[in-house]
Design a protein around this ligand. Structure first.
Ligand SMILES: Nc1ncnc2c1ncn2[C@@H]1O[C@H](COP(=O)(O)OP(=O)(O)OP(=O)(O)O)[C@@H](O)[C@H]1O
Ligand SMILES: [Mg+2]
Length: 222
């Protein structure tokens, strides 16, 4: 279970405090998939960063499968993030000097890079239709291919939470659907929680639970 209660977020800047989110509540069970829409600047990325244990909330409680990640000591927190959470960003964020295979393997720490891990990486790369690109560098891939690599990389450690921040924002419509299909397949296979931020009503419409960030609150719309 993912349980967020009374989450608030504000940023301190030189110009003063910028309130972004207030009293955000959310409960998701294993296998749930939701979309989040909302105007630019409404706080969607901020929310994903809190739930992804990248940036702390200003207030509120966050529990994931009984663990409160924001109360963990830094090293435990990093381990939790690395093992349990997969992130896909709008701009794939691949390592430019690494091949597709190396990128997909990058979430494994050195001691974990055994043959089984590599086998799993190869299988997922094949599932994403990228076997022929396995030794390519990101600069040698199309936008859709890069995003599929990013998805495979996010899934390689079998996370329990998959957070996607406008994963199809830079793609044409057909490529966007391919990426979305891969995400849906991977979610089903791992039975993880999937949260996807999107500006596209068509993509949001694919989800049986839909949310919008509006006036600093997370509102369920469908
Ligand atoms: N590190 C920061 N310091 C100060 N303000 C910030 C910081 N990060 C975000 N903000 C502000 O918080 C608000 C919400 O930002 P956020 O990135 O969460 O919006 P968003 O809904 O993801 O927007 P978009 O759709 O454009 O990606 C914005 O007004 C932004 O300027
Ligand atoms: Mg954003």
């Amino acid at each position: 279970m993912l349980i967020a209660k009374g989450i608030a977020k504000s940023y301190e800047t030189e110009a003063g405090i910028v309130p972004v989110l207030s009293d955000v509540n959310l409960e998701l069970a294993r296998g749930d998939a939701i979309s989040i829409m909302g105007p630019s600047g409404s706080g969607k990325s901020s929310l994903l960063h809190i739930l992804g244990v990248l940036d702390p909330p200003t207030e509120g409680e966050y529990t994931f499968d009984g663990v409160e990640p924001w109360t963990l000591e830094e090293r435990e927190q990093a381990r939790f993030r690395n093992k349990e959470i997969g992130f896909v960003f709008q701009d794939h964020c691949l390592l430019p000097q690494c091949t597709v295979l190396e990128n997909v393997m990058s979430p494994y720490i050195v001691g974990e890079r055994d043959e089984a891990a590599e086998e799993r990486a190869r299988t997922l790369i094949s599932r994403a239709g990228l076997t022929e690109r396995i030794q390519h560098f990101p600069s040698q891939l199309s936008g859709g291919e890069k995003q599929r690599v990013a998805i495979v990389r996010a899934m390689i450690r079998q996370p329990r939470l998959l957070l996607c921040d406008e994963p199809t924002g830079n793609l044409d419509q057909q490529t966007a659907w391919q990426v979305l299909t891969l995400l849906a397949e991977m979610r089903q296979e791992l039975n993880c929680i999937l949260m996807i931020v999107t500006h596209s009503p068509d993509i949001a419409g694919e989800f049986s639970r839909q949310y919008t960030v509006r006036d600093r609150k997370l509102v369920r719309t469908v």
